[in-house]
Design a protein around this ligand. Sequence first.
Ligand code: NAD
Length: 493
Amino acid sequence: MRERYGNIIGGREDFEGESVTLRSPADGSTLPTVTYANAEKTKEAIDAAAEALRKWSSTTVRDRQALLLKLADSIQTRAEEYSQLEARNTGKTLRQSTFFDISLGIELIRYFGSTKEFEPTREIEHPEYPGTRGIIQYAPMGVVGAIVPWNLPFLIAVWKLAPALLTGNTVVLKPSHYTPITALELSKDIRASGFPDGVVNMVVGRGDEVGHSLATSPKVNMITFTGSTATGEKLVSSSTGVKKFTLELGGKSPNIVFEDADLDKAVKGVLFGIYLHSGQLCESGSRLIVQESIKEEFLAKLREGMEGMRAGNPLEMDTDIAAITTERQKTKIETMVQAGLDQGALVYYQKEISGVVPKDGLYYAPTLMTNVQERTLLAREEVFGPVLVALGFKSEDEAVDIANDTDYGLAAGVWSGDRERAKRVAGMIDAGTVWVNGYHLLSAAAPRGGFKKSGVGRELGLEGVMEFTQTRHIFVNEGGDIDEVAYGLILPE
Ligand code: NAD
């Protein structure tokens, strides 16, 4: 592990700025020192991206894809190191960083490095003007500011970088100041793979300084943001100029279990849905909506599953329970649960983890809550922690009503043995992703994003790629008698 990281500006590593030594939330151990950038450094990074744009955007899609494939290979050779760093910096389990974050990230870069779905041009005819041709080009947006949260630092960085680069943009990426290490490592592989200097720049720092500088720079044409709904709203309202935004925001996702589901599989899916990364995933299935006829049986099975979850050091492969990444987040979870209890909620089961998890780490025990009142924050707001709220329903309609009774709309799960019913219900949920008999199954080919307060725009898939483009129409007059017809209409002689 390196001892010190700087910011990446125009291909060079810049160490000017506040040096901050990070600590692992898994066990309190010391991590490398990183350099926090300020507004001035952010401006330098934006200038570097703007300077690299003309040359980079005139390369072909196939050239860019060749570099993306090289990048995937380069990361692959160090996948174990990345997985270790990701787990240590975020406190997620090594099993998750190995088999989810890093391996899915590499696959994703390969997908964008080889997809034939994105064609940068197409041709059209203009039915009104015979003898002419239209060329439609999907041009890059330009300089993209990419703002990443602390929970999936590697995966979200590559979600943003790969499609932005494929479409010919240059990028200034701002990792979260809590968890910047794997993104900074990535910059080494980006360079080694042959991406020209200035195409990808990275500035670590606090949101209100570095993020704000991106949002107010006249040279930044687009911001792709992932984070909380509150920050997303603030970012848009404090931005200046005319910019495109895609916003991937928070969630309070429902996991609906019908009485005809395979209950053992549903139990695993619901536990995975909420307790993966201790609930610190935007799409975490934090509201269990279970049919009343099986509610007691299902809760008992969940409890059994939770009893079997292994607490310990997340850096050991067989540990199931992740740390909470920041002190601030841990306090938020404690405060929201306490408020719920004060408003009548009950703890159905809470796993005992004290004495088993590393004593200098940050942890919150997996918790299952019942009797949660409909209008309380615990029922409606994102906790972003290992807290599952169980609600009951009687009819299919009621299940859909409860699922949609939230300001968010990021993801959902539907568990049923009746595939037709599951698909029908899935089609009525206001969410960007609905899994039928599954959860957290991410694919680079599938667009993801939010309805309602969970965001605007899509990431991944062809829809996600197109977000990084703007459309240019070139009208070519091929020498027919169009001048007479068209101009005659406009300026009759
Ligand atoms: P956050 O909103 O606090 O921060 C996100 C990023 O925005 C960070 O890099 C932060 O430094 C930056 N930022 C903060 N203030 C800013 C400002 N004024 N201007 C510009 N940038 C600013 O979120 P977080 O706590 O890092 O992450 C957790 C949140 O992210 C949760 O709400 C979660 O649901 C959401 N999330 C969403 C998705 C998704 O795909 N929809 C994925 C992961 C996380």
